[in-house]
Design a protein around this ligand. Sequence first.
Ligand code: 2PG
Ligand code: MG
Length: 432
Amino acid sequence: MALRPTAIRSVLARQILDSRGRPTVEAEVTLANGASGRASVPSGASRGAAEAFERRDGNPDRFEGRGVLGAVAAVNGEISAAVVGHGAVDQRGLDSLMRELDGTPELSRLGANAILAVSLATVRASATALGQPLHWRLADLAGVTAPTLPMPMVNILSGGLHASRGMDVQDFLMIPMGASTYGQALEWTLRVRVAASSLCEEAGLPTLLADEGGLAPGFADGADALLLMVRAFERAGLRPGEDVAIALDIAASSLTDAEGGYVFHRAGRVLDSAAMIDLLTDWAARFPIVSIEDGLGEEDWAAWPGLTQRLGHIQLVGDDLFATQADRIDRGVREGAGNAALIKINQNGTLSGTLDAIAAAWAGGFATVISARSGETEDAFIADLAVGVAGGQIKIGSVRTSERMAKYNQLLRLEEEGFAFAGFRSLHAANA
Ligand code: 2PG
Ligand code: MG
């Protein structure tokens, strides 16, 4: 078959292992002119019900049922047969083709992990074919003319499903909001991470790493973790609330019981939605908190506008709530549920769908935070994505372990190109 130079010539997938040692899909796409791209798919632990479907084999004899050989076979069989010959530059056409081939809204037949691997590998191949670095190719696809370096939101303390539920709240993060460059933001972050480690050590608390490289001190009361954050900022020689502030990911969906209550196992209490809003308001009054993610659960649409009314002066991010779906973000904008969207490529399942989710957020005046998953690979795709689409913020996990550092280091490389640093206040100004 005579193929145009930028048409897809072959697609090959394999099973590799992620940062938790669990199987995931990696795909390679090669074009007729020899340009090729490779990409792998991340995987979450605190997954939203509305996420695209992660296909796993379920064979208990292999990788605790987490194998992805079925998804790999879908790429090497049905998807390959459908996409070979398709133009790689037409990313949207390719993504639509795979979506139609699957035929389900959540990509459950072939698997979103199968489709996403091909979607991402293809954009790498087309970037090469066009002689463009990946971040510029992504900028073009998103219609962005001025890429920026994102403000990092960095995990320091972990609980929830990332640390055997040692604390009820999933993530205590820092935002080095006073930094004037990405490099400075990263350096301040390392200072805080080191300070937090030594504070834990001095208090006889564990210093071993949670799933995203954060510390897991296991406080029963979230306020104690918040206090440790502030102490770590001070020990790092940074001013709490000015140089550096706190972000939380409550991951409230993973606290929800059958009656819709929020179960704080470690603290020994169950909160209804109003009590949860009161707790977060109290914390935000006592500590320098500038962002709260999933402060309420993914089903709690009725209570979200109340949270926004109480705490809308800070950033309120929907993760499980929106699941990187443009229609759910549209609903959030209409109903006043939060003011920012977390963006995770594998919650959506295709690159084009992810770009649509980002566009929906911006159209509604919401900020975006491009995010990794708790299960990651060495693929630094989201670093290029955050820069290319000028996403504003990026959440990668802690500043430990190579699957995280691969992204932070890619941002250091991109910083050399002289892109403006997004900062943090500018983002609120944009929303005001
Ligand atoms: C989150 C992510 C990343 P997971 O909840 O935001 O921290 O966790 O990938 O486990 O969903
Ligand atoms: Mg989250």
